[in-house]
Design a protein around this ligand. Sequence first.
Ligand SMILES: [Zn+2]
Ligand SMILES: [Zn+2]
Length: 283
Amino acid sequence: MARLEFFGVRGSHPTPKLENLRFGGNTSCVVLYSDADPDGRFPVILDLGTGLTKFAVRQPLDGSFRGTALLSHLHFDHIQGLPFFSPIDRKGARLLIYGPSESGKPLSESLSTLIASPFFPVTLSDLSGEIIIGNVDTSEIVLDQPGEPKVFPQLVEHTNATFGFRIELDGKVIVYIPDHQAPSDGLTVKESVLDLCSGADILIHDAQYTQREFRKKSHWGHSTYDYALEIASRAEAKVLTFFHHDPCRSDEQLEEVERHYQNGNSISALHIFAAREGALIKI
Ligand SMILES: [Zn+2]
Ligand SMILES: [Zn+2]
């Protein structure tokens, strides 16, 4: 049984405020563990947003950290935790990062440009551990770690090069699409997206806007709750997780959204919930 843990569920930027304490204000970071790794020593980390700093406090600081990160894209809210990830600043620690090249620039070059002066006081190569950075395309990757997770990356619409990931682990399918531009009709779903999500045991999907908000922000790169539901139902997913919550959305509003979609869901087999920081889910 694979395990998923949410460390950052917010979109766009961190929102540390009282109104957000139940769902959390950290940006995208979800961690996946195989059943073959009961102690969680070989995590697959989905995005490196500020939630990564919350994940970091539970990790070893003796150089034994081993993990693999799948980076959906390069926006700040998905990488901001990386330079603060203390477990990798230890001799012997190792982090593999797979993510997109952008405008022909390898991922390693993009990250080294950003995590450097004048934007940040140290560079990735100043850290004591080993960070190995590879580009993804749409080819399958088999991760060399317990359970041998199979990763199928697929490009999805957003404002820049962005991947969604389908991960097959312990006989389950986990799909992660944190940022996804909904089409103007709110209905069209590309075949490639349906393939990515097909039969998912859990689909973690961008659900930043209500329909009303989307009318004003229809080109900002994100989805509505309804579009996430449209994809989940057409792909026959078993669980839909609303993710990448709008920074303005309070706990109260998120609970109301969750209730609305749980009560109004006509596809009885589909379970829906809104991602909460700190939630641990067994799949
Ligand atoms: Zn984002
Ligand atoms: Zn983005």
